[in-house]
Design a protein around this ligand. Structure first.
Ligand SMILES: [Zn+2]
Length: 668
């Protein structure tokens, strides 16, 4: 059987999932690497003078086969992996890091890139941006360093790729390993039907029919902590969660090595710290700018969370509990308080949010804003749970393909994300994007979503639109290929529509009766928006500070990791009973890859933008055509081809302000 990766993609860009077999990957990676090496050699050894076309654009074009195999491989190692793929992933992450190091360490190649940079030709718009980004990639890989230093940087990068992959696999292992098994007769008091149903399904999947299995994946542990009356079991689950990465595996030596290597690399590159190095390539530019924003939010959040802790303690006393509030009590008493204050139970809300309707609700928002439509289509996908849609513009032209992969399974890593099987580009004919949204909703029938899950769906869908509506020439500037602290703007702004009464009316209907969600529930949902925001802001911002602590000077000689974490939290006077959203040993964002390191803050940075940006819609009407067109044109379509602050100002007409965010979170 021929290797499908060696053939061109179908016109719609969809990989031939039905024909891909394990050995195809290795063969395609090997051929892809040697093909790109030849392409690179041709660029480097071109006897003609270096110019944009024969150097920058030629580089952009190179590696087509590697992209074809990589786009499938790196997606499936996240969303549908197995032992063989995992083994190959470890090997390929090192191989690919080495390959890319060789390209960026090629002095003769860099000389040509530099020559284009130094030429007197003035490039416009996208070309200028591609030139700068390409040049920057070389510089950040150490192209301007002496040979021995550059070799060291490339060794470090390669070693880091290996360590971060191992870190992520360890977290997956601990997440899958831990299970709390309860029998029919055991204490499940407080746990509602939908939670028990999911736990039953999980037990069945794990070969323990008739029992309940709870895991430390977010969608299992969160409802458990919210509802389980049994305090000891809550504590047990919570501690299992915070022990992730140090239970059956040990991520601590990995963290220490990662941080040391990152520090060394930053030093070689001439930066004061890894944080300085990473931020130089983001919208925020410096660690100081990030701390400045975090501090502005941290102070009001600490006031709010102290009040919330008092409220919960009072509730414990009222409840006849004779103990002090602990970390594993927050969700439980918060849920009780939510019920008392808003008489709103997740369980009362969920029947109005069957998955299919929420999905269609998101599609409808996209249609009303941008005129695009989503039509189910029958194409081969990589897992039977995956749904495929053809996306068309209002004039009928093809926008791309969109895949939804909703359900959790052991072969999928935790969390939710958007990714692409092909990114949009127009360099060699218009290539439409193939976008996927992955979630981890428990598979049940009917699948009813909680509010967080509804927001998650809209959030990832927002990233999806960013990828789908991209309209650039160069793939590397396409869709979500923007600065890290800008990428969450399109996703977070989508979450606002999910909660608008006008939108809820459309999609939030009872799964049995078809009744529209009652107005009083909607009002309560909106009133409860600022509820518990002291806690939510604290756990998130504390994790941002922890991330910075690791990557600013001092992180590299942390010594004992627990001690280091405690010190970092003392420095910001964190309230004892709220932990950072992630402790280091399972902080995937910052240790399972470089991308989000010194960058966990990006969500709140983008939230400043989305809160301020959504105000533009509210001022004119949430489906205002001119505002939607401006957002599509200046933000969604341009990807990374325009500097983020410039793109934002083109849309908004001014710089963003932090006030709408504080107001939205009830911290003003
Ligand atoms: Zn996101």
């Amino acid at each position: 059987m021929t290797n499908p990766f060696l053939e061109p993609l179908a016109a719609n860009g969809l990989p031939s999932f039905d024909r891909i077999e394990l050995p195809h990957y290795r063969e395609a990676f090997e051929q892809g690497i040697s093909q790109q090496e030849q392409e690179i050699a041709a660029i480097r050894d071109n006897p003609g003078e270096a110019n944009f076309h024969n150097t920058i654009e030629a580089l952009e074009r190179s590696g087509a086969l590697l992209r074809r195999v990589g786009d499938v491989f790196w997606n499936l190692t996240s969303s549908d992996t197995n032992d063989e793929l995992q083994a190959l992933e470890l090997e390929m992450s090192a191989t690919m890091a080495a390959h890319s190091s060789r390209i960026y360490a090629d002095a003769a190649l860099f000389t040509r890139v530099q020559a284009v940079m130094d030429s007197n030709v003035t490039f416009m718009g996208e070309q200028q941006q591609l030139l700068e980004e390409t040049h920057q990639r070389f510089v950040r890989a150490g192209a301007q360093l002496a040979d021995n230093e550059r070799q060291r940087v490339s060794d470090i990068t390669e070693r880091l790729a290996n360590l971060t992959t191992q870190f992520g696999q360890n977290v997956l292992k601990d997440t899958n390993d831990f299970q709390l098994v309860l029998d029919q007769g055991d204490d499940v008091s407080g746990l509602p039907e939908f939670v028990l149903g999911a736990a039953k399904a999980e037990a069945e999947q794990r070969g323990q029919p008739g029992k309940y299995v709870f895991t430390i994946s977010r969608s299992s542990i969160t409802p458990f902590l919210q509802y389980a009356d049994n305090r000891e079991l809550r504590e047990k689950m919570y501690k299992a969660y915070t022990n992730c990465g140090v239970a059956s595996v040990d991520n601590r030596p990995i963290i220490q090595e990662i941080v040391k290597l990152r520090t060394e690399r930053a030093d070689l590159m001439g930066y004061a710290s890894h944080a300085d190095f990473m931020l130089d390539d983001r919208m925020a530019k410096t660690p100081g700018a990030v701390r400045n924003l975090l501090d502005q939010i941290w102070e009001p959040a600490q006031k709010k969370v102290a009040q919330e802790a008092e409220d919960l303690q009072a509730l414990i006393q009222e409840d006849g509990g004779n103990f002090n509030l602990e970390a594993w009590d927050w969700w439980y008493y918060t849920e009780k308080l939510r019920k008392a204050r808003f008489d709103l139970d997740e369980e009362d809300v969920k029947p109005y949010f069957p998955l299919n309707q929420v999905r269609d609700g998101a599609f409808n928002v996209a249609k009303r804003l941008y005129g695009i439509t989503f039509t189910p289509c029958d194409v081969p996908v990589y897992h039977p749970d995956v749904e495929a849609y053809e996306v068309n513009d209002s004039d009928g032209s093809k926008v791309g393909l969109f895949l939804f992969d909703f359900f959790m399974r052991p072969s999928k890593r935790g969390g939710a994300w958007m990714s692409a099987f092909r990114e949009q580009s127009a360099l060699d004919g218009h290539e439409t994007p193939v976008i996927v949204n992955c979630c981890n909703f428990p598979k049940s029938d009917p699948c009813l979503l909680g509010m967080d899950e509804v927001r998650t769906l809209f959030h990832e869908f927002g990233h999806g639109l960013h990828g789908l509506l991209s309209k650039v020439t160069y793939r590397s500037l396409s869709g979500t290929s923007v600065k890290q602290d800008f990428v969450e703007l399109p996703s977070q702004i989508m979450e606002h529509w999910a909660m608008e009464p006008e939108v809820l009316k459309d999609y939030a209907r009872h799964h049995e009766t078809g009744e529209t969600i009652p107005v009083d529930i909607v009002e309560k949902l909106r009133a409860s928006d600022t509820f518990n925001q002291g806690f939510a802001t604290t756990e998130y911002v504390a994790a941002c500070y922890l991330d910075l602590a690791w990557h600013e000077p001092g992180g590299d000689d942390a010594g004992d990791i627990g001690k280091f974490e405690r010190k970092a939290m003392e420095d910001i006077h964190k309230i004892r009973t709220v932990d950072p959203r992630y402790w280091s040993s399972y902080f995937l964002h910052i240790f399972s890859g470089d991308h989000y390191s010194a960058g966990y803050y990006v969500y709140i940075w983008a939230e400043v933008l989305d809160a301020d940006g959504y105000d533009a819609f509210k001022e004119k009407g949430i489906f205002d055509e001119a505002t939607a067109n401006a957002f599509r044109k200046h933000v969604l379509e341009v990807g990374g081809s325009v500097e983020p602050m410039e793109a934002y100002q083109n849309f908004r007409g001014r710089e963003p302000s932090v006030e709408p965010l504080l107001k939205k979170r009830g911290l003003a």
